[in-house]
Design a protein around this ligand. Sequence first.
Ligand SMILES: [Fe+2]
Ligand SMILES: [Fe+2]
Length: 396
Amino acid sequence: MLTVPFLALPIVERKRYDEGPVQEHSVSATQRGRVLVVDDEAQIRRVIRKVLRADGYEVIEATGGAQALATLEQNDVDTVLLDMRMPDMTGVEVCKRIRSTHRHAHTPVVFLSGASERSVRRQAREAGADDFLAKPFDEAELRVRIRNSVFHHRHSAGMAQESARLRVEVDGQTRALHEARMALDRARRELEAAQVQTIERLTKAAEFRDDETAAHLQRMSEYSRLLARKVGLDDYTSEMIRTASPMHDVGKIGIPDSILLKPGRLTSDEYEVMKKHAEIGYRILGGSDSKLLQLAASIAYTHHEKFDGSGYPRGLSGEDIPIEGRIVAVADVFDALTSERPYKKAWPLERAVKLLVDGRDQHFDGELVDLFVGSMEEVLEIRKRLSDLPEAHHAG
Ligand SMILES: [Fe+2]
Ligand SMILES: [Fe+2]
């Protein structure tokens, strides 16, 4: 690499471009820019060299087209100053070849052309020339043209570098974001699975205390989801209702065996105790941050409320009863009626449907009854699909 003679650098320029005492000359030169001067006339090269070096540029020279191309294969430059007419190759030809290389596709090429060569300027422009400098040239004009050309090149190279750097950075951030999102998804899935398991286990615990069977819970939860979808709840909420609804009777854990497992009819006092399972279930499931457990708590609390306000535990009516409670009331009663229990036979379908319809706006939300009865085909499909489950009665 050529270094710039110390004295050739004006003091001001040195101050601006210096980065350290050891490399001050070459750093200054490289920072100012590097120019390749291509001309077969030594005299012209000498004048140009002197002017450009005085301005702080690093100057490399070539005496003809072939040498210029060879130099450019090895070096990056900020501008090529190219003679139009040389013995071995025309400037236009050299320019075409420079442009055809990947390395110098955007390196500025400034032509040195005599007045007689105006006619070939168009060809030069087509070959990729950026600027022209008429020979004999004026020193000030040379300096301005080169300064603009070098500045332009360095600026756009800097922009390209910066945008490449930004692209890498953005890619990295995008990847990190993607990974974080995947980890979050995984955590959420694990959490959801844990919630579902919690519910399934609690449901099992309740099953052991009651004569409700796993098949009943599955069917009533499927009916609940079907109704949720029919009434227009979104898929996610419908699925939540399906998962939470099997816990509606979990509060029976808190009812004494003497009442829960009593074979005969309950006395009215015993029945009052039995009714407590709704609130006990609510207390077991409530107070959690989990949306699923909150929903399960609401279902446990409200599945015995009646649309006309005659239900328990709070005697809520109409739309004061949360939709999940109204849905589960229909699904639970329908399945209890149409299933066999140790103490009763399964009701025929028509009789169960009649009970629902008769209970429109009294026991049940009339709209839900209509939707349920109107979906009987799907209801029966669920019933058929889940009828073969082993009806293991855990008690009584
Ligand atoms: Fe219940
Ligand atoms: Fe039930």
